[in-house]
Design a protein around this ligand. Sequence first.
Ligand SMILES: Nc1ncnc2c1ncn2[C@@H]1O[C@H](COP(=O)(O)OP(=O)(O)O)[C@@H](O)[C@H]1O
Ligand SMILES: [Mg+2]
Length: 343
Amino acid sequence: MDRVAVIFGGRSTEHAISLISAEAVINAIDRSKHQIVMIGITLEGEWKLYNGPIELISSGKWEEQAVDLPIDRLPDVADFCFPVLHGVNGEDGTIQGLFEMMDMPYAGCGVLGSALAMDKVAAKMVFKANGIPTPDFKLVRSSDVKEHAGWEAVLCENHLDYPMFVKPANAGSSVGISKVRNRDELIDGLYEAARYDSRIIVEHGIDAREVETGVIGNEVPHVSVVGEIRATHEFYDFEAKYSDNAGTQIIIPANLKEKHVDEIKEIAANTYRALDLAGFARIDFLLEHGTGKVLVNEVNTIPGFTKYSMFPMLWKQAGVSFTELTERIMEYGYERYNAKNNR
Ligand SMILES: Nc1ncnc2c1ncn2[C@@H]1O[C@H](COP(=O)(O)OP(=O)(O)O)[C@@H](O)[C@H]1O
Ligand SMILES: [Mg+2]
């Protein structure tokens, strides 16, 4: 029986969501096949080994019973790593680099795929180079915003029409994102995004339905059914995502024309390959009202994994239980590790 380290928490704005996801993943993993090692990372970045009740993870109470775990002891306590970390320092290639350095097999995308998907500008550049449809965008540097925000706003207007979305290149959970309708709002949005990252992406805003699909696999991507997210908020912001359950509705499968489903699945597989993704990922689309155009919005390489999250629900609808899903993800992790070592 292998020892699977489920790693949760982390130095991220999405720390709390990671705890809820991890609790669900730990409960889903087949205990007759794997021994689970629970490893939490505090908001301050300290690694801890936890051996208490699973249900104390999501509330954060696990920290009181956990003991320090020096990072270099990771290979002594586990054979396989399953990071259930969202956002920076977990979903962005950093911890994946640590696993590579330690020569440990792990679940999900590698360093490059994680980093590309996390950075909204880098991801979009790869989309463009591979003919993957995505809303038009412009890169803005935060240092330039601090010097002459008005000028940067004019440059955005030369490229893009209102409304626009202003986002920090690397963030997550809609932190620092604004929808803007005029120059004043654009300038405010640029200042707001500049607080979170040195690079900002400004995108053309699409009037669209939001649909998502789950992909698993390595060389051959397998795509799930397509689901839809409906938000009653202005856009699917942090509050709509996590604090206000009544504010969102998940519809699986999405009510779509067959040609749209086929197109979304094909673009999802192409996106997965273009970004060099592995293991699993959730790919989010905008389906434009009126034109019916399918555009990729973003990719999440460690999507929400709670029982009520889109990713496991999409696979459930596709006939893959939560337990089976964790099993396949771990198999892909081992497969990738073995392929690398036998090259
Ligand atoms: N170009 C766009 N056009 C229309 N809506 C958008 C666009 N970009 C983002 N949104 C809206 O903002 C939300 C958050 O943006 P997203 O890029 O998904 O950030 P995050 O990484 O924080 O999830 C999306 O779910 C969608 O509702
Ligand atoms: Mg999103």
